[in-house]
Write a protein that binds this ligand. Sequence first.
Ligand SMILES: *[C@@H]1O[C@H](CO)[C@@H](O)[C@H](O)[C@H]1NC(C)=O
Ligand SMILES: *[C@@H]1O[C@H](CO)[C@@H](O)[C@H](O)[C@H]1NC(C)=O
Length: 317
Amino acid sequence: MRLLSFITASSALFACSIAFPTSGTLASRQAASSIYKLPGSAWIENLVVRPNGQLLLARLDVPELWSYDPLTKSGAKLVDFTDALSLTGITEVSPDVYAVVTGNFSTRGFSVKAGSWAIWTVDLTGAVPKATQVKLVPESGFFIGVAPLDKSSILIADAAKAALYQMNLDTGAYSAVLTDASMKAPAQGSLVEGVHGLKYANGTAYFTNTFGGGFYKVPIAFDATTGKASAASATKPAEIAALTMAEDFILAPDGSGSYYVAQPNANAVTKITADGKSSKAATAASCSSVAFGRGANDKNVLYIATTNGAVFSTTIA
Ligand SMILES: *[C@@H]1O[C@H](CO)[C@@H](O)[C@H](O)[C@H]1NC(C)=O
Ligand SMILES: *[C@@H]1O[C@H](CO)[C@@H](O)[C@H](O)[C@H]1NC(C)=O
């Protein structure tokens, strides 16, 4: 484990403006509003919402975690990571404590470096952010999605190895949980991007396969006593919907069993109902990741991050 120091972000506050959607056509009603744009050229790979309502933005183009406050409409760099070029997945493991994936992805060359991927924890409960490297994984292909099993264990999606791993955040111990054809993808240039977005709820793991074109679920048992996650060998992932270039997604917090999936090439967030029917929920150019607000005033607001460094929002009825 290794401790780093950080930048608190007073030097990096940016104002932003809100574009109000115009009324009228279906297309304009579906268009999400741009609420923030990172300075310069930037790529947001993932976002999560903190308990205090601020958004955390994980950047792929630089190893930086940013925050954006929808109330004050300001963004700031929160944490600089070292020994890596990029961040991919982020997930909250206990209140205001996050697991973050770092590694080497080139957004210029569109290539990924095997063996560069690591898991960090970022603790935002104190006066200053505290980031700790849990484990650099030499066997990693392309770690991307992460989801908590409990407060000290996570599932990790390896997009290049078509596998789910588990890691203990206290010890760094990790092991493979499941490898399956549904997580595999054909190579596109130097990039293999299969299993990508990952969520875990009620004993079920949900995942997208980006270049493989699908959205799946599979039961994964987690034994809190032993800390072991396991997939029954007879159980195969079941396809919820066939989706082209699906990246990250969120389970609807309203208990309806719906999902909202970012499809950057379609410039759309797609809603999938529990029975697998899909419809467009919002238009947002190059969307990569989505998250619902957590406050009374924004619990119906879907925040959308993009590979252009922008954040959009839209209200889901
Ligand atoms: C990843 O990039 C960092 C920063 O440039 C470098 O120090 C590290 O050696 C790279 N890792 C691999 C496996 O290439
Ligand atoms: C998980 O179970 C709880 C309690 O039964 C329920 O409220 C929640 O909607 C479920 N979540 C999912 C994603 O199925």
